[in-house]
Design a binder for this molecule. Structure first.
Ligand SMILES: Nc1ncnc2c1ncn2[C@@H]1O[C@H](COP(=O)(O)OP(=O)(O)OP(=O)(O)O)[C@@H](O)[C@H]1O
Ligand SMILES: [Mg+2]
Length: 587
């Protein structure tokens, strides 16, 4: 048993800690506050404490559990709301009220609840780590696969069927050398150690988001990594939540890293109300929420991203596509900065620790599409999308820069667009996706043959618009030739009728890929007709009076079920109205 020696906010030092290892979990003081050893110096250990340390006094006990920080993995994770070290918030609040008391412990996973275990293996079967031995219907929408824990291999001596809690033995495996293993439905894993997999696969399937600007112009792959940097109030949280609701990931892990206090409270009260659009069941049935409010100690924030990604890896290993959102990673980086400061480490850029870039890289490195260990063969993925809140919105700061270095997609939120209420406020000239070339052919194959052509044409028009706008600012719009004015006419359509998409619209909050393709090709058809007509002498002011424009503007509000038919009608209208204009020329 060690003794407290020094206390500096969330960082304390214990002495007489001989035998301690890096990252051992310790219980500090009479309240047994949970902490983790982050530096060792002889028999002195520096500890980051996940709870408020005020009132601690030198001389109090420091008890080493000699175990690393782990999470509990098993049925019951879904629908949970945890803090950064996987303490269940609802249960803790029930014990101590809204302000979480210190030293409180509660099981991460309910140890009483009985689950129906359905074996898929039988006595005599040979199994090894990662093999699926049975399933549990965890929620109305997700089947939990019970996997042989790592380090276990042998022949099944006994496998049960029926209702058990997560700690009861459901299967006994006899190893040739390793003896008898009793397997329960719950296992533990160290959060700082990535769970192993068999093979990493190229990220060549899209994570469909239902957000037109993302899917069409800046798509992300399943297993991919993306960053959403944006200033205050530009839509980071709304975008993350749209992705949680609408992307075609099966499992969502949502980490709220201590954004403004009330924002996390919103998440806590709103998320449980959200419905999964596909199944109409609560979204929480496929979600694990990790919440750090701003009044929780910084160290817990530091841990929360590891807790979250470990849970994500566990579902990935079952063969699910998981999407992990972290809002915002800047708060995580600030926690690192504060702890590093307390450790009196040599600061790097803007006071962040010099290992900031390595930590960010290691975190995003845990994303990916993989073949899991064990049989049956299955692929799973974790897509990681991190929001970044650069102070003042300036992405030249270290957290944004180091994030952009490792993520493959950059969705640049723009304060000006947000001010103009252009949502999602993603700047189409600054954003990029390094998956565009890989995913393009997939969209062509699965959605529409002209997907790539149309994406390129539309983006070229938007880029041209930016050039033309510079000229317009100098000499006014009338100085442009009609042909170029017609480009501005159609890019406005692309922006307003295509890119703008309200997260709060019943119909338009998500748009299928088919609908996206059809909408864009309709707008481009209008553009082609318009360019041809101008060539023939039609005036832009007459094109601007065409009634079909209204129908184009309302395309987004057409429900998916009627879209095929109605978009066909709009296309015929475009053709016939332009035909009339051209015919009218002779008169
Ligand atoms: N896709 C969208 N559709 C409609 N409105 C949106 C959309 N995105 C953002 N908004 C609007 O912008 C507001 C601010 O968005 P949000 O809270 O996501 O910003 P933020 O970047 O997370 O801000 P903060 O830095 O304060 O956390 C929302 O309340 C909403 O009104
Ligand atoms: Mg936010």
């Amino acid at each position: 048993m060690g003794e407290l020696f020094k206390i500096a906010g969330p960082v304390v030092t214990g002495e007489k800690m001989a035998g301690a290892k890096m990252y051992d979990v310790v219980k500090v003081g009479g309240l047994k506050l949970i902490g983790e050893i982050i530096r060792l110096d002889g028999d002195r250990a520096t500890i980051q404490v996940y709870e408020d340390t005020s009132g601690l006094k030198p001389g109090e006990n420091v008890e080493n559990t000699e175990l690393p920080l782990t999470v509990e993995l098993g049925p019951g994770l879904l629908e949970s709301i945890y803090d950064g070290i996987q303490r269940p918030l609802k249960e803790i609040m029930a014990k101590t009220g809204n302000f979480i008391g210190r030293g409180v412990t509660a099981n991460a996973i309910d140890k009483q609840k009985k689950w129906e275990f359905a074996p898929v293996k039988k006595k005599g079967d040979k199994v090894k780590a990662g093999d699926i031995i049975g399933t549990v219907q965890e929620t109305g929408i997700i089947e939990h696969k019970i996997m042989v824990p790592h380090g276990v291999e042998g022949e099944i001596q006994e496998i049960k069927k029926g209702k058990f809690n997560v700690e009861e033995t459901v299967c006994i495996v006899k190893g040739a050398k390793s003896g008898k293993h009793e397997i329960a439905m719950m296992q533990r894993w160290e959060v700082r150690k990535p769970r192993p997999y068999n093979e990493k696969l190229p990220p060549n399937t899209p994570l469909v988001t239902g957000q037109r600007i993302l899917d069409t112009f800046f798509p992300i792959a399943k297993g991919g990594t993306g960053a959403i940097p944006g200033p205050f109030g530009s839509g980071k949280t709304v975008t993350q939540q749209s992705l949680a609701k609408w992307s075609d990931a099966q499992i969502i892990v949502y980490i709220g890293c201590g954004e403004r206090g009330n924002e996390m409270t919103e998440v806590l009260s709103e998320f449980p109300e959200l419905l999964d659009p596909k199944t109409k069941k609560p979204l929480m049935q496929r979600t694990v929420l990790i919440a750090n409010t701003s009044n929780m100690p910084v160290a817990a924030r530091e841990a929360s991203v590891y807790t979250g990604i470990t849970i994500a890896e566990y579902y990935r290993d079952m063969g699910y596509d998981v999407a992990l959102m972290a809002d915002s990673t800047s708060r995580w980086a600030e926690a690192m900065r504060e702890i590093s400061g307390r450790l009196e480490e040599m600061p790097g850029e803007e006071g962040y620790p010099t290992y900031l870039s390595r930590r960010l890289a290691e975190f995003y490195e845990r994303a990916g599409r993989i073949i899991a260990i064990g049989s049956p063969e299955r692929t799973g993925s974790i897509s990681v999308i991190g929001a970044v809140s650069p102070p003042g919105g300036d992405v030249s700061e270290p957290v944004s820069q180091n994030t952009l270095r490792v993520t493959k997609v950059f969705w640049a939120l723009d304060a000006k667009l947000a001010q103009r209420r252009h949502f999602p406020a993603i700047n189409w000239l600054k954003s990029y996706s390094l998956y565009t070339n890989t995913l393009g052919p997939e969209f062509v194959k699965d959605v529409s043959a002209d997907w790539e052509d149309n994406r390129r044409k539309a983006m070229a028009l938007l880029q041209k618009e930016a050039e033309l706008q510079e000229i317009v600012q100098l000499v006014g719009p009338d100085a442009l030739p009609e042909k170029e004015q017609s480009i501005l006419d159609v890019t406005r359509m692309i922006r307003e009728d295509y890119l703008q998409q309200s997260a709060f619209s019943d119909i338009d909050a998500s748009s299928s890929l088919k609908k996206q393709a059809k909408m864009l090709s309709t707008i481009l058809r209008f553009y082609n007709k318009s360019a041809d007509a101008i060539e023939l002498g039609v005036q832009l002011k007459d094109i601007k009076t065409l009634k079909v424009r209204e129908a184009i503007a309302r395309m987004k509000e057409i429900p998916e079920s009627e879209f095929g038919k109605k978009s066909g009608e709009i296309v015929s209208e475009i053709d016939s109205q332009f035909e009339k204009l051209v015919k009218g020329l002779g008169r």
